[in-house]
Design a binder for this molecule. Structure first.
Ligand SMILES: NC(=O)c1ccc[n+]([C@@H]2O[C@H](COP(=O)([O-])OP(=O)(O)OC[C@H]3O[C@@H](n4cnc5c(N)ncnc54)[C@H](OP(=O)(O)O)[C@@H]3O)[C@@H](O)[C@H]2O)c1
Length: 353
């Protein structure tokens, strides 16, 4: 059904079709190619959105590399976007044409704890993604874009920012002023955590493979800077910086090769939010240490629509501007993927539609 809609130039002369990007099989992976899709029409409880911008997450690379199950050839990729309401389903009363909105990462996870049934509703994975001129979304999955943010900035929020938000503020041990927070790397999740941590009055230690990126993190307000390429035993350095106390909060993005070090430099009563598996998923951590520390380990799956609403309120109060590294055009989608995969980015990579 979808393959006959592939179009190399992505121009839609037929008014019932629109430009989009689809994933096309290449070897064991999937590559983004220009395509066409039928112009969607909103059902009774849905909203048609004209997409202004989308943003890339590491998940989109995992999907392209064939390391994320359940994604078929022909799928429209990406989960994150922001745009303007174009049309409303007959039963929608909470939105109006012209409203600026963004969808939650899981269309079906509105609030409360995560349930496995919500998983397939994540856009760009098992369900259709947002890299198209327009998309249809359930009205209940949408959140208002704050006035002070443009569409490109808003498009960075649904996955990376909500993940950092949930990890820091919505689980067992919310981040407090005076806490020390450790973030790994300088990608999307990490820099949102840095900004949220600073706004909350925390001291933030940033790990990065690049001194130049660490300097940029310092300019943003980071308190501790460690190059994890040069300082393999960065856990010891974190303990030195904190005079042996360790840190109260860690956003664990590295996975297999970083988890034990995170545990080594966690403070008593601290929390590790398990978020990323950049260096693999199987670790053999010292469970005795977790126990002795009276520590909390929280697994994070992005967040709900309500988490996105809470995040937006906090961002608005603190006037936090997402850090966008580069903006690509829809015609440059392959370059955008390649740029994220190169690891050169500091913050978010955006695709303007
Ligand atoms: N569980 C969830 O809900 C959830 C949600 C979002 C993301 N994630 C996961 O979180 C991770 C980050 O996602 P993202 O979208 O923020 O990625 P991203 O923007 O591509 O950032 C990745 C950054 O991580 C750093 N990094 C790589 N290997 C590292 C290591 N061994 N130790 C410390 N830092 C390392 C690098 O920073 P430097 O260049 O500074 O070294 C790299 O730029 C990914 O594993 C992703 O799958 C999970």
């Amino acid at each position: 059904m979808t393959s006959n809609l592939f179009h190399p130039h992505g121009t839609a002369s037929d008014k019932t079709l629109q430009r989009c990007v689809r994933l096309s099989r290449q070897g064991r992976g999937l590559v983004p190619v220009a395509g066409l899709s039928p112009l969607p029409e909103p059902g009774p409880h849905e909203v048609l959105i004209c997409i202004e911008a989308t943003s890339l997450n590491y998940r989109d690379l995992l999907i392209a590399w064939g390391r994320y199950g359940g994604v078929e050839e022909g799928r429209i990729p990406l989960s994150d976007c922001a745009g303007v309401v174009l049309a409303l389903g007959s039963q929608v009363s909470e939105w109006q044409k012209g409203d600026r909105v963004m969808p939650g990462f899981f269309k079906d996870w509105l609030s409360g704890p995560f349930k496995p049934a919500y998983g397939p509703s994540a856009s760009g994975g098992e369900s259709e993604g947002v890299l198209a001129r327009t998309v249809v979304m359930p009205a209940s999955a949408l959140v208002r874009v704050p006035d002070y943010l443009d569409g490109q900035s808003a498009a960075t929020l649904p996955c990376a920012a909500v993940t950092a938000w949930q990890a820091l503020f919505e689980r067992a041990r919310p981040l407090k002023a005076g806490d020390t927070l450790l973030v790994q790397g300088t990608g999307g999740v990490a820099l949102f955590a840095l900004q949220l941590g600073l706004a909350q009055g925390a001291r933030v230690i940033v790990l990065s493979s690049s001194d130049a990126k660490l300097e940029r993190a310092r300019a943003m307000g980071a308190w501790g800077l460690i190059n994890y390429r040069d300082v393999a035993e960065w856990d010891t350095e974190v303990l030195r910086l904190t005079e042996g106390e360790g840190v109260q909060h860690i956003l664990e993005l590295g996975g297999a090769q970083t988890f034990q070090r995170s545990l080594n430099c966690l403070a008593y009563g601290g929390q590790i939010a398990q978020i990323g598996l950049l260096s693999g998923s199987f670790a053999r951590p010292d469970l005795g240490r977790l126990q002795r520390l009276n520590a909390t380990l929280e697994g994070i799956a992005v967040g709900s629509v309500q988490h996105l609403q809470h995040l937006v309120r906090y961002l608005e109060t603190h006037r936090i501007e997402p850090v966008i590294d580069r903006v690509f055009h829809l015609d440059e989608v392959e370059q955008a993927y390649a740029y994220l995969a190169s690891g050169q980015h500091f913050g978010k990579v955006v695709i303007r539609v």
